[in-house]
Ligand binder design. Sequence first.
Ligand code: FUL
Length: 692
Amino acid sequence: MKLSDILTMLCCAAVVTACQTPPPAAFGPVPTPEQVAWQRMETNLFVHFGPNTFTDSEWGDGTESADVFQPTALDCRQWAAIASAAGMKGIILTAKHHDGFCLWPNPASRHTVAQSSWRDGKGDVLRELSDACREAGLKFGIYISPWDRNDPAYGTAEYNDVFTATLRSALGSYGEVYEQWFDGACGEGPNGKRQVYDWNRYHETVYACQPGAVIFSDVGPGCRWVGNEAGFAGRTCWSRLDTTGYAPGRSPALDTLNCGNMLGEAWVPAETDVSIRPGWFYRASEDGQVKSLAELLTIYYNSVGRNSLLLLNVPADRRGLICAVDSARLMEFRAALDEIFAEDLAQGARIEASDVRGRGYGAENLLNDDYDSCWAAADEVRSATLTLRFPEARSFNRVMLQEYIPLGQRIAAFRIETLDDDGSWREVARETTVGYKRIVRIDRVTTRGLRVVIDRSLATPVLNRLALYDDRIFIEAPAAVRDKQGRVTLTAAEPGEIYYTLDGSQPTTSSARYAEPFTVTGPCRLAAIVVSEGRTSAPARWDWDLAPRDFRVVGPASAAGAVDGLTDNGDEACSRGARLAEGEALTVDLGRTLPLTGFFYEPLLAGRGGCLIDYDLAVSTDARQWTTLRENVSFDNIVNNPVRRTVGFGRTVEARYVRLVPRRTQSGEGYGVGEFGVLTDRSRIPCVLSEE
Ligand code: FUL
């Protein structure tokens, strides 16, 4: 080689080195490659299936015979096909719920499919589902409840051996498992069994069998519970969490789980688990309560759109299939997402950043699909502006941002501004965190420019995507309130017409048009839609019983808000609910003797003030002689899922007085009642509508 060639080579090498901008340093704890891959799955399917499916319950008590598990037409390929068509990337199955029954022949247990007469004890749901997932190109995950109401060793040190063997059996026999889901729930009462869980050993066992698995629990280590079962991550949502001193079932406050800790010590992103139905397990009686498209889209925006993964539960029915109504809703959901996010309106824009750290990190990287190409600013930068200018005016109502999480989560405050015709910038949103993905909903705007102003970043900002979309599908379904007098007020979030029916049938533009509040005193099934600019929202539905206008709280006098017809709205004054003291019963006079078929109890919003867990329910015709219809029974899973619980009596009972007697509360310091009411025999109480 000639000297001049060598010099040229050396020169080029020097130029290349000078052009290569060093990448930003990682900030704080960062995700493992498995956690990044997990987050990028975005939407996964949860399937609750087991003895509860056959006993119409949420929590089995472990005494169910193995023979109750009798799916008549189990087909996990059907689940996988539906999940794939719905764009889900993985499926997690409840391999063992709190009742202890194992859906696979677990040698460590005597309460499994092997002991069931189903398929002569040869059935294995984990085998079927893992095979089906592999064939469909889906990832496969396992839920196993540490709480076990069947295993005789539960509550002793020996149970840790049983549980470790159980994990080994489930995780070691069915190929790759992407997520191990540990439920933190334990409903053992004060006299119940206390298990000292050996979490270190459980985690070691999981990693020994599945080195790449992401472990879910209240506090991780792989991902954390989002702190509610209603389907929303915090508007501020950090993927970092302080975990020292906490364990599954002994977690930080729920709002901490919901929002994370800005400077948390570990990377433990939020997973939003929510059911498509009111309960986690299938019940035919809930076929009419499958979440609407609008509800699913709200959940999507509030989970995936808020830096969380969505784990959507769609339970299998008694045949062992996902039933048609759920599957149809999933298809609508995916079709809507595909349409909403089909066209990125930021494409073709001119993009500029107030700062670029150097070559390879320009703002144009925000407009391509390459996950690893980023815009980043110089190391010392903590605030920056990204400006987009379009060749022509564009209309959109969603702004999507993604931080490059392999280097940590940084942005703590940002604003979105759009360009007005007079050349001034107008603020349209002010938010906090971004994280893996943030979709900000703004009012539709037609503009020639947009800017994202990052006001506070904990380290130099690093984003890999900025996209704009025009969602022309999602219109928030109308909201309705019925007060004590039965007066119904309907409201729409967007301008438009509201149409409704009172018998639960699908409203259309030929149905009654809402003009002003109306009164319905009897039971009714209200369904309502909003029609705006030719678009129709999904129907919102309410199933109301008798309006409580003649109901009166006999005691305690301070609890009138418990029967005001209004669901608590979080008002600290409890104006729409009541706080009762520990041991204090709620007694209600219904005003006249009614044919009762059940009752409902609703905690205060988000379980504020604590939930009632165990109770008695008694009725009377004269307030002197009482008949106890339910004695020391539980509202299962109410602490995790503090929503209305409806309990049927299984028969009609004539009564004028109803009494809810607390046996055990969440905190031992009283309980909240957002609303308490009765169910009546609808064949005898008519739906009366009086226009006002
Ligand atoms: C809760 C459980 O108690 C529910 O039954 C359900 O499995 C849900 C996913 O987690 O904590």
